[in-house]
Design a protein around this ligand. Sequence first.
Ligand code: ATP
Length: 277
Amino acid sequence: MTLSAVLARGEVLAVRQASVSLSGCCILKNIDFTLEAGELCGLIGANGSGKTTLLRTILGFLAPQSGNISIEGGGRTSVGYVPQKFMLDPFMPMCARDLVALGLDGNRWGIPLPSKERRQKVDEMLEALEATPFADQRIGSLSGGQQQRILIAHAMIRRPRLLLLDEPLANLDIRSVAGIVALLRRMSREFQTAVLLSAHDMNPLLSAMDRIVYLANGRAASGSTGAVVRTEVLSQLYGYHIDVIRVHGRVIVVAADAEDDAQAAIAREPVHVAQVP
Ligand SMILES: Nc1ncnc2c1ncn2[C@@H]1O[C@H](COP(=O)(O)OP(=O)(O)OP(=O)(O)O)[C@@H](O)[C@H]1O
């Protein structure tokens, strides 16, 4: 990871021609996009398309074989992260508020914040996430949507410049999904944090995304949703014909005429089926 020298004004993250291999297998090839302060970006792709790999590379857990990644402020201290499938023990004897407060400690050394200041920061973040009403409940007793809010508060409490979330909408009902998306949209603007969240279904994010990074075939297309989610762009990305169908304000991406069985199996993967609210 390089320091912020190559970032243009306003950019918080720049991924430049980054390629990543795992166990000798190329997972991501020449990924190239930037994110600006306050932008909300959907990292969209089917299962196994490399979303987690890309997030782990941005975090510095994996090194790109080529290309580079620059983050404002130089790295981890300015990045918040909510991992995928974060399992919270239902019997963990910790209330939600305390988990948020732990985010203040992070990799911080030295004298802790005075307890009054600490409490104030936690209260502010709980309020921002509309999590105050359940802040004193045991973390394991909360619903999936409530837990997600607490995890985001934990990741945001040090006001990172970049927030990475791996599938934060998975396993949530449609109402909770809409609530989390609206909160992330508002927080990215309010705190001028660049938010990159992965999802396999772009539909819940359509009205909220400033930018999309669409992963397929180890490669990425990025830009506004209108510019990227198009037949020509996605067909080029996948390497075979893709139809983009817009219906009732939703997008369905389907592969037409896959040439053989193997391709057809891959082709079925990217289909984004519209959910009925
Ligand atoms: N350690 C590894 N060695 C080799 N291949 C790996 C390794 N870890 C992951 N992969 C492969 O890399 C590809 C991308 O995986 P990744 O978890 O990044 O995808 P994803 O888009 O996050 O998937 P999901 O939506 O299912 O979480 C997959 O094909 C996966 O099998």
